[in-house]
Design a protein around this ligand. Structure first.
Ligand SMILES: [Zn+2]
Length: 330
């Protein structure tokens, strides 16, 4: 099957599969519509005249709030606790998004959003950073083969190629996104340009500090292999020189017995102590795997939905979980 480079999400069944493969995160949320937090937001500015900024998913909401500060009215499309990648948009949400001064999203997470955005008033955060192919880990080649990459095709940044969308799990990449977002908001609302740029600079330096905590915290570890529920942590692994073994690319797809055996072998060989689960994924598979390899389970949050704290606190929890699991001495 050949794929058109520009996929019409929702019309081409294959695109939904591809997006699920690229992002995938969680529970079998198949209910059609998810609610917006501020569906009343339907013009490009709020009653106070602040520009409406619509963030597609939680990490971008957090970032938009940091950078937008009191100058922007930020809302989020994916409600807390909702698995984001199969989000469908109602007419009101499409209008909200199309009337926004700026929509902040990552292409490849949510086909419905990819399809609804207007280029002039949207910011694909992935364009600010160097992306990795979806599912890059020890098994990247098998996964790529399974997803129909053609012989000799390079896995990097091709038009229509599925890049791994989980860029927010690398704080250093998110710092770069913060700076670009400041520029985009400054352009959209020139009267408050300085405020956006100042807050973007502060946010970027806070994220850089977080990045340094990760670098230090994960410098010396007994094992550098992390087994995750789905392959969401490719950027984190890339940044901190870890190997991710994602049990699946798409958590809604049950891993095959062959894949489970493969992961179990990889986990044993790497002396893995912990199989990671995530809040929106059924932990059953991880539990079975953990008992088979004599490991325990722990939560690693891909931040695809709002955590109980915020982005930095959830990332610090992730760091602690990783340090324990990998036997790191900080
Ligand atoms: Zn995901």
């Amino acid at each position: 099957m050949s794929r058109t480079p520009r996929m019409l999400a929702g019309l081409v069944a294959g695109s939904a599969l591809l997006a699920a493969a690229a992002c995938g995160s969680g529970s079998a949320q198949t209910s059609g519509q998810t609610s917006s937090q501020s569906s009343s937001q339907s013009s490009s500015s709020d009653p106070d005249g602040r520009p409406a900024v619509v963030a597609a998913i939680y990490p971008l909401q957090w970032l938009s709030e940091q950078v937008g500060g009191p100058d922007a009215a930020v809302s989020v499309l994916t409600a807390p606790g909702v698995e984001p990648h199969d989000l469908e948009l109602g007419a009101q949400q499409v209008a909200q998004l199309q009337n926004a001064a700026l929509t902040v999203y990552v292409k490849g997470v949510q086909p419905a959003v990819d399809e609804a955005v207007t280029p002039e008033t949207s910011f694909d955060a992935a364009t600010a950073v160097t992306t990795l192919p979806a599912g890059e880990d020890a098994h990247a080649h098998e996964e790529d083969a399974a997803h129909g990459h053609e012989e000799g095709e390079q896995a990097h940044d091709h038009e229509g190629e599925a890049a791994d969308p989980h860029i927010w799990l690398d704080p250093s990449r998110l710092a770069t996104v913060a700076t670009k977002l400041g520029e985009r908001l400054a352009a959209a609302d020139p009267a408050h340009a300085q405020g956006y740029k100042d807050r973007a600079a502060r946010t970027a330096s806070a994220l850089t500090a977080l990045d340094q905590e990760f670098s230090k915290g994960l410098a010396t570890c007994t094992t550098r292999t992390m087994v995750t529920a789905h392959a969401a942590f490719g950027y984190l692994a890339d940044r901190y020189k870890l190997q991710q073994v994602g049990i699946t690319l798409d958590p809604e797809q049950e891993p095959s017995p062959a894949r489970l055996a493969q992961v179990a072998t990889a986990a044993k060989n790497a002396k893995v102590t912990t199989i990671f689960t995530e809040a929106l994924v059924n932990p059953k598979v991880a539990e079975v795997l953990a008992s088979e390899v004599g490991a325990r389970t722990a939560v690693l949050d891909p931040l695809e939905s709002k955590p109980s704290g915020d982005y930095p606190s959830a990332m610090r929890d992730n760091l602690k979980s990783l340090q324990t699991a990998l036997g790191c001495t900080a």
